[in-house]
Design a protein around this ligand. Sequence first.
Ligand SMILES: NC(=O)c1ccc[n+]([C@@H]2O[C@H](COP(=O)([O-])OP(=O)(O)OC[C@H]3O[C@@H](n4cnc5c(N)ncnc54)[C@H](OP(=O)(O)O)[C@@H]3O)[C@@H](O)[C@H]2O)c1
Length: 332
Amino acid sequence: MAENNLRVLLRERPKDRPGPEHFELSEGPRPTAAKGEVLVRHRFLSLDPYMRGRMDDAASYARPVPLGGVMEGECVGEVVESQHPGFAPGDWVGGARGWQRYSVAPGGTLLKLPKEGGVPPTAWLGVLGMPGVTAWVGVTEIGQPRPGETFVVSAASGAVGGVAGQVAKQMGARVIGIAGGAEKCRYVTETLGFDACLDHRGDLEAALDAACPEGIDVYFENVGGAVQEAVFPRMREFGRMAFCGTVATYNVRPPPPGPNLSSINRKRLRLQGFIVSDHPRAWPVWRQRGAAWIRDGRLKWKEDVVQGLENAPEAFIGLLEGRNFGKLVVAL
Ligand SMILES: NC(=O)c1ccc[n+]([C@@H]2O[C@H](COP(=O)([O-])OP(=O)(O)OC[C@H]3O[C@@H](n4cnc5c(N)ncnc54)[C@H](OP(=O)(O)O)[C@@H]3O)[C@@H](O)[C@H]2O)c1
């Protein structure tokens, strides 16, 4: 008998912090592929901060998940049934979607993952997937650090921050990470090769003054809140900020009052928000560059793997509080 499709649905919209009561586990028959479609058994699900926004019914750059709908998310998995000439059972693919065991997708929307090349399938969700491309775009197109400049990135041990710092380092910048706790900071300097990493749970202002005595040329913003407040006044004139996300604020309702933004004017800073999906041309460029850097040992990353779809809600709740260490994925 065919395995059932286990799915995580959005039961209720959270008012602030999501809890287990906002999700619902549901089991039903698995779908079948029609002409041109492919049925995929998901093996790994990516959990990412943007999913918090999809739980709200608010205007954004993407549509919310409807109540009772399957939670949004990207997966890699194996083809089990194909009605598309480009795919055969056993192929590994990326681009399958949803917090669920199975999905059906038009073949044209899937990416066939190479069998060779020393890149594990989960890398296509993290370092070579959406978070990796985000880092690449934010650093190369927006922050544009020059050799010798000071580049600071928050959530530095995470999926985006870890890659952003490594790309900035390759461009010749002095790279300072900010992360939560000694263990994450050690990983950021010892494994990722950043020049320093500051613990935001300590006196971040003093640590920034010591690590960046000349100020900060480029800030890659992942967190917001108190970290952002500490960074802003330490920006140098004509500094750049790549505004990637503010995960520390995603559960805060009403939104917190902002920092004093007068530095933007006084120091003629350039800030730019960006959404990775606006940069389709960057995806193949980074996948090729990142895969080459993985093969020659230059690009490092860490995964935080949770077992079982039923544990996805709790893991996601933890992601919004900094409990993950590395790119969060669920093994199905
Ligand atoms: N613009 C885009 O297109 C785009 C695309 C992808 C991601 N993003 C954004 O990029 C950022 C990083 O995403 P990611 O996937 O790489 O996640 P991640 O860094 O793997 O995980 C989130 C990390 O954020 C930090 N954090 C969480 N809650 C916090 C809080 N309340 N205060 C301070 N730090 C907190 C924690 O790290 P520490 O413990 O080290 O603080 C946590 O581990 C997010 O803001 C996300 O929304 C934007």
